[in-house]
Design a protein around this ligand. Sequence first.
Ligand SMILES: [Zn+2]
Length: 305
Amino acid sequence: MKALLVLSVIALLLFPACVQANPAKPALEVVVLGSGGPRPFGRAGSGFVVVVEGTPRILVDAGPGAFLRVGELDLSLEKVDTVLLTHLHIDHSGDLAAFFNARALTSDGPIVYRIFGPDGEGLFPKTSKFVDLLVGDGGAFAYQKTFGADESLAVRDLPITLNSARTKIVDEGGGLVVEEIATHHGDCPSVAYRISYKGATVVFSGDMDASAVPNLVQLAKNADLLIFNCAVLDPPGSPSQLYELHTPPKKIGEAALESRVKRLLLSHLAPDVEGQEGAVRRSIRASFAGPVEFASDKLRVTIGK
Ligand SMILES: [Zn+2]
């Protein structure tokens, strides 16, 4: 016992940092799981994990490759209880069942998810039906709900018309806040999300065409970081039909300026965008003077102190 005490004292003398309090963790961090879109060229499809004071809490989209990146990053999923889906294209949702699977195997206790995503229209089911088709009773992976841990899911379908009001969907009383607003992504219902914690704020545009810029500007006002999906070059650099789905760099720059965000991270990169980084930067720089970064898989970005 005495020897143990002596050893402890020596350890404290040699490593005084041991007795100092852990340095404060950043309020928010974003880990990029996938910085690509639907084309396979080395980047995973769109996906992010938001880390709140050092603890991964929120999954934003689950594109193909999310499962692999979670493992490569050795991310702890034990406290992930919130899933935000921007829309239900495969490159944003294809790995959702695999993510549930990965999360279930990190936990013995019951898991309660709150899941948000757009209402349905046309070929796209509402998010609650989508989740049901995957893991609900009679769903393709109905076994998942009791595989590894008991899961319960509360799914909320969000309004999808551009005149819908910005809405607060998570409010942990002085802690984490999540807000959303409808966007527009061709014929695919879509929403954008704003996550705030202790004065730090990050906004995810999801995929959206330029008709949704006013809504995004409203949601992103004064955010520390705007993650904007950048899938096309300025016209006429990309196939014309893509402008009905995505916002070109010039308009991304204008949106960043108008919303007064501090930093811009471009994600959901397409091969032609990746190859024209200089032109994309110049186009954005025409309006937005703040830092502009290009995302890569496994990038970790700190937001706030
Ligand atoms: Zn996409």
